[in-house]
Design a protein around this ligand. Structure first.
Ligand code: NAD
Length: 285
């Protein structure tokens, strides 16, 4: 059987069409603001893309650029001013921040109901207590949500499956593992100190690599039944974008796989739009 390419680019374009249609029907204009401090070149690309995406679907988008010397107090004032606006539904402070600013203090200052990428500890707590929580979590972390959405849209169920997530970061690995548990999967989280990574991988029905090590997942480590989702974003010696999975050698050997680029990346961007829309809808009630 031929391997299924999990086409994140195509799915993202579908989602954008759905969002465009929905905001037209509802007659609303969701707003996303991004605060950037300093001039990190990688951040600049991400921020530009967010602006482009918002423009494409008809969202209000605002980029607030602050100089590197901005103090923590000034940044907090800016966060509070932007968060207070009714036309802004989602607010992002682009990371990394300059070292003189305490990231945790700033992320905690984004009001919970405008926290569009689930950085706020209360929202993270809601994610972990999902079934018992009385207030629902509106906006789950975008990259983790992107992985779930790819599986859902390709009709790949998680219930009862053995899933191995490689990487334990607060923004991807940990929340994703919890979201998959909520879908009745059996989940292992592997990381840099895991012994015998291969032993786990070879058993897995679904593998998610969120590591940042180029081509870490090799052909001999995975089973032919595996669905492989590659979150990694790395550059090879020629500056070409590559994932954490040895795509060239796996692409005909597994059940399904996401390419890099064109897999999780575009879907993460689409989920940010979807989260902004969800918050805008919740704000109307
Ligand atoms: P991180 O960089 O914070 O941490 C990396 C994780 O990988 C750690 O938990 C570490 O224990 C684990 N690790 C490191 N070396 C390992 C090894 N040899 N074997 C097993 N585990 C190992 O993680 P992050 O912020 O989640 O980012 C992971 C990757 O995903 C990066 O390449 C990042 O650029 C990418 N990323 C992509 C998107 C997207 O939209 N596609 C979003 C976020 C992050």
């Amino acid at each position: 059987v031929a391997t299924i390419t999990l086409d994140g680019k195509k799915l993202a374009s579908d989602i954008k069409n759905e969002i465009r249609r929905e905001i037209q029907e509802l007659g609303i204009k969701p707003g996303l603001a991004v605060i950037v401090v300093g001039d990190d070149p990688a951040s600049a690309v991400y921020v530009r893309n967010k602006g482009k995406d918002c423009h494409e679907v008809g969202f209000l988008h605002e980029e607030i650029k602050l100089p590197h010397e901005t103090t923590e107090k000034e940044l907090l004032e800016c966060v509070s001013r932007i968060a207070g606006r009714d036309d802004i539904h989602g607010l992002i402070v682009q990371l990394p921040l300059p070292r003189h600013i305490n990231e945790h203090v700033v992320l905690n200052a984004i009001p919970q109901h405008k926290d569009v990428d689930c950085f706020h500890p209360t929202n993270m707590g809601l994610l972990f207590t999902k079934k018992k929580a009385d207030i629902p979590l509106i906006a789950p972390p975008c990259t983790a949500a992107a992985v779930i959405e790819i599986l859902d849209r390709y009709g790949i169920s998680m219930a009862g499956k053995y899933i191995v997530v490689i990487g334990r970061s607060n923004i991807v690995g940990k929340p994703l593992a919890v979201m998959m548990l909520d879908r009745d999967a059996t989940v292992s989280i592997c990381h840099s100190k895991t012994r015998d990574l291969e032993k786990h991988l070879i058993e897995a029905d679904i593998i998610v690599a969120a590591v940042g090590v180029p081509k870490l997942v090799k052909e001999y480590m995975v089973s032919p039944k595996a669905v492989v989702i590659d979150v990694g974003i790395n550059r090879d010696a020629d500056g070409k974008l590559i994932g954490d999975v040895d795509y060239e050698h796996l692409k005909d050997k597994v059940h399904a796989i996401t390419p890099v680029p064109g897999g999780v990346g575009p879907m993460t961007r689409a989920m940010l739009l979807k989260n902004t829309l969800k918050i805008a809808k919740a704000a109307r009630k």
